[in-house]
Design a protein around this ligand. Structure first.
Ligand code: HEM
Length: 397
């Protein structure tokens, strides 16, 4: 592989891993096209960038990755785009909504949502002889989970889904005029809806996440704008990520029948499967940081203001850290993988994502053993940031 890596090269999007290996072999920290951002592909370098938020600021994410309007009428800065101390204040407040106890308590609802969707999957396989796993399960499942967590009324769910999909559609992509217009209309409609909801929950708290978020904590509370910004972030950070995890794990299992058989025979391997899938497929492939001063890392000088892209995906396939990294192995030691990030921005939803994936795979795995992919080629998403199949039609074996 020669020449400078281009993140929008179709061959890269189809299979980025050989490109990462070549980049890593050449030092693991070098600018890539199209914007000349410094891509980091070595585990030790990626980890160091994530653990030095003072030198590598997250504010770059606001403009570069989240195509969210800044300024007066846009949502306020989101936690993922903030540095300390603003980040830490917000993180402490939103953590209350994601305690292990709260997440654990949601398991019966998650199972009920999954059962409902699997009934539809089975019916579709029966009547049509095939089923697109993304459309029938991987997309609606996390959306319904987040909608329920937020306390969206069942009759507003379809509307909520439309807004969410329109918002997610522009993340990390260069949207055309139509997608941008739909995005802006959706964010306005969702903002207005949430404003009313926040008011309601302030007056009359319920058992949902919005009620937790508006609660006062030692005289500090999220402002309505901060709650709205956080809810919009949840849609982006919590939906397509989990959708991609379900899709990529299914692809990996179908491509590695011995691993599928191992989990069919021993369902207690499901949590290990989920961890290995996050390492192997990294649903969030990379995000952004910006150098706050001239910094030196791994012997390279990065100038102040440079955009840096720590690749969780490439780090997770670094042979220096994970022996035989291209092998999908549900029994491997995945400790230290960077699929959920590291340091102060470590994924707030990791516990929820792990539970969602466990619930889905406990039901999906016995079915997968009797299914195969309809198409030889996987239709991968066109984003270099979030990677997963756009569709995954399955047919009986
Ligand atoms: C497989 C699914 C998921 C993956 C792979 C994933 C991955 C990540 C990664 C890599 C980061 C770190 C970003 C950084 O370094 O700047 C992150 C942060 C975050 N994630 Fe997740 N995520 C997933 C699911 C979720 C879910 C389900 C939620 C919530 C419902 C969520 C909410 C967040 C939030 C709020 C942050 C920002 C935390 C902060 O800035 O302090 N994620 N996620």
């Amino acid at each position: 592989m020669t020449g400078k890596l281009d993140l929008f090269d179709p061959a890269f999007r189809q299979d980025p891993y050989p490109f990462f290996a070549a980049h890593r072999a050449a030092g693991g920290l070098a600018p890539v096209d199209p914007i000349g951002a410094w891509l980091a592909t070595r585990y030790d370098i990626v980890s160091e960038i994530l653990r030095r938020p003072g030198d590598f600021s997250s504010t770059a994410m606001a403009g570069a990755a989240l195509q969210v309007r800044e300024g007066e009428d846009g949502p306020p800065p989101m936690i993922i785009t903030l540095d300390p101390p603003d980040h830490d204040r917000l993180r402490a407040l939103v953590n209350r909504g994601f305690t292990p106890r709260r997440i654990g308590a949601s398991e019966p609802r998650l199972r009920a949502i999954a059962d409902d969707l699997f009934t539809a999957v089975d019916a579709k396989l029966d009547t049509d002889g095939e089923c697109d796993l993304m459309e029938a399960l991987a997309i609606p499942f996390p959306l319904r989970v987040i909608a329920e967590m937020l306390g969206i009324e069942a009759e507003r769910f379809e509307e909520f889904k439309r807004w969410s999909l329109a918002i997610v559609a522009v993340f990390g992509r260069i949207p055309d005029a139509a997608a941008r217009a739909t995005f802006e209309a959706s964010i306005d409609a969702l903002g207005e809806y949430l404003e009313r909801k926040i008011e309601e929950r302030r007056r009359e708290p319920a058992e949902d996440l919005i009620s937790v978020l508006v609660e006062k904590e030692e005289e500090d509370a999220l402002t309505p704008d901060e709650v709205i910004g956080f809810c919009v972030l949840l849609l982006i950070a919590g939906n397509e990520t989990t959708t991609n995890l379900v899709g990529t794990t299914a692809v990996a299992l179908l491509e590695n029948p011995a691993e599928l058989e191992a989990v069919v025979d021993d369902p207690s391997l499901v949590p290990a499967l989920v961890e290995e899938a996050v390492r192997y497929a990294s649903p969030v492939q990379t995000l952004f940081r910006q150098a706050t001063r001239d910094v030196e890392i791994a012997g390279q000088k990065i100038p102040e203001g440079a955009i840096v892209m720590p690749s969780y995906a490439a780090a997770n396939r670094d042979p220096e850290r994970f022996p035989d990294p291209e092998r999908f192995d549900v029994r491997r030691n995945t400790q230290g993988h960077l699929g959920f990030g590291q340091g102060i921005h470590f994924c707030l939803g990791a516990g929820l994502a792990r539970l969602e994936a466990r619930v889905v795979f406990e039901e999906l795995i016995p079915r997968l053993a009797g299914l195969r992919r309809r198409d030889a080629r996987v239709d991968w998403s066109d984003s270099p940031f979030l990677r997963g199949p756009r569709s995954l039609p399955l047919v009986p074996r």
